[in-house]
Design a protein around this ligand. Structure first.
Ligand code: CDP
Length: 235
């Protein structure tokens, strides 16, 4: 058998909701010229599909049917590097994926074993060539335990609620911060207590608290960890 083809580096960033994975991941990917894969979008798309089909997000049959009907595609941003738009077939679902309804149902579909199994291969396929920053809950533990660098981001619930509220407001949404706090809390609970691929840091992950750090500082810390492992030159 021939040796596996060499691939570029894979950096994984896992962590709880609204900890800053997307902001940091995109900034890091852009600074490296890598792609950024946000695995949360896969599960959000399943939740959206289930709800749109009038299904029950707690039903394995309904959620799996939605997962199998997906024709997910990511459109690059103008620089061509990372996913800025998400399509299901020809339909642009980018904004629909961050609706309160999806926020409420996504952790229900993502704890279903059959849904996670169906999402595994597309994620691995997306990582195949490397030169990628992959974001999620279980990327360093389940999807890609062989990643070159695993980061686990953490921040206090209040800081995360504040960030999510600001992000949704900047996107034109109007949400009560108390509702956001409650949703994050509910999702954290389901995500960390589920039996399959629960949210947890990989044993070899570098844990970074983002409570008092700007996105630029977090990116700097990740680049320093990459340099220390010889994945890039300098910091
Ligand atoms: O942006 P935020 O951190 O709030 O959420 P997300 O990354 O878009 O993920 C939404 C939900 O999808 C999470 O709360 C998890 O229930 C699920 N998810 C997962 O189970 N596994 C992943 N690798 C990524 C997301």
């Amino acid at each position: 058998m021939s040796a596996p083809a060499a691939r570029g580096p894979i950096v994984t960033i896992d962590g709880p909701a609204a900890v800053g994975k997307t902001t940091v991941g995109r900034m890091l990917a852009e600074s490296l010229g890598y792609l950024c894969l946000d695995s949360g979008l896969f599960y959000r798309a399943v939740a959206l599909g289930t709800v749109r089909a009038g299904g029950d997000p707690d039903s394995p049959d309904d959620a799996l049917a939605a997962a199998q009907a997906l024709r997910l595609r990511f459109g690059p941003d103008p620089s061509g590097r990372f996913a800025a738009r998400t399509f299901d077939g020809a339909c642009d679902i980018t904004e629909a994926l961050i609706s309160p309804e999806v926020d409420r149902t996504v952790s229900l579909v993502s704890r279903i074993r059959e849904v996670r199994a169906a999402m595994l291969e597309p994620q691995r396929e997306a990582l195949r060539e490397g030169n990628i920053v992959a974001l999620g809950r279980d990327i360093g533990t389940v999807v890609c335990p062989e990643a070159d660098l695993k980061i686990y981001l953490d921040a206090s619930p209040d800081v995360r609620a504040q960030r999510r509220w600001k992000e949704r407001r900047d996107a034109g949404g109007q949400m009560d911060i108390a509702d956001i706090r409650e949703n994050l809390h509910a999702r954290d609970r389901i995500d960390s207590q589920r039996s399959i691929a629960p949210l947890q840091a990989a044993p070899d992950a570098v844990i970074i608290s983002t409570d008092d750090a700007t996105p630029g500082e977090v990116v700097g810390a990740i680049r320093a960890a990459m340099a220390a492992r010889g994945l890039i030159r300098g910091g």
